[in-house]
Design a protein around this ligand. Structure first.
Ligand code: APR
Length: 236
């Protein structure tokens, strides 16, 4: 049975109330990404960076998974083949919807990383430059997220999945940030069919075999029902 590799972006969490980055009024219209999402920004003003991610964490803690997250979790549970979900999102809404095997290529808001000893632990709701590492005791705690200029996580594993994908589906991502924006090409070159489900045509829309435009909460459950019915899995 087919192997499906799914890439999600901020658009899948938009209807849970979490802001996207590049839509009108998005996070990068309100904050300078150089200040809050780069190693240089953290070095020059760690308190500002922690305040930014503390606010994101608070938003995330008060958000709930939406119908798109739930439909993807259903696909993960019921698809007779393999489903691999790679997300650029740092929220935990896929996990809270029950998604098995989430690959967080841009890290996780709910995890902390010690910049001194590389220890990782569950992030407290509020972090600050004084937050101590439980392993080494140093005060170099940062959110365990991948900033611009850093290498995304688990890239070898993702490349191996793309190499063996039969179907690649990108959901709610603008296709502007690499390497994720290049996955459609990698999957297509490996022979996968490719489908985009998003609100507005992405920067890489022309590389997909098919694009469906609309809100994720409608498009994703419809696509999941469709693909499960082709596999003979009946609707509950
Ligand atoms: N349903 C589906 N798609 C939506 C919805 C929705 N309700 N709302 C917005 N979108 C789409 C937009 O059309 C846009 O193409 O989601 C996309 C969001 O794009 P970005 O804000 O650029 O988010 P993303 O692609 O996830 O950004 C990639 O950039 O800043 C970094 O590290 C950050 O992981 C992030 C990366």
């Amino acid at each position: 049975m087919e192997k499906i590799v799914i890439l999600t972006g901020a658009g899948v969490s938009a209807e849970s109330g979490l802001g996207t980055f590049r839509d009108a009024g998005g996070l990068w219209a309100r904050y300078d990404l150089e200040d809050v999402a780069t190693p240089q920004g953290y070095a020059s003003d760690p308190a500002l960076v922690h305040a930014f991610y503390n606010a994101r964490r608070a938003d995330c803690l008060s958000a709930e998974p939406n119908a798109a997250h739930r439909a993807l979790a259903r696909l993960g549970a019921e698809w007779p083949g393999e489903v691999v979900l790679v997300t650029q999102n740092i929220d935990d809404l896929h996990e809270r919807a029950g998604q098995p095997r989430v690959i967080h290529m841009h890290g996780e808001l709910m995890r902390a990383l010690c910049a001194a000893c590389d220890h990782r632990w569950a992030a407290p709701p509020e972090m600050s430059p004084a937050t101590a590492c439980p392993a080494c005791g140093g005060a170099a705690a940062r959110p365990d997220v991948v900033w611009f200029g850093e290498i995304p996580y688990r890239m070898d594993e993702i490349a191996a999945h793309l190499e063996r994908a039969d179907l690649f589906v990108a959901i709610g991502t603008s296709g502007t940030v690499y390497p994720a924006a290049g996955f459609v090409q990698e999957a297509a070159e490996a022979g996968a069919r490719t489908l985009e489900l998003t609100l507005d045509r992405s920067e890489v829309a022309s590389l997909f075999d098919e694009s469906r435009l609309g809100p994720a909460s409608a498009l994703v459950p419809a696509w999941v029902a469709e693909i499960l019915s082709t596999a003979g899995v009946s609707r509950r």
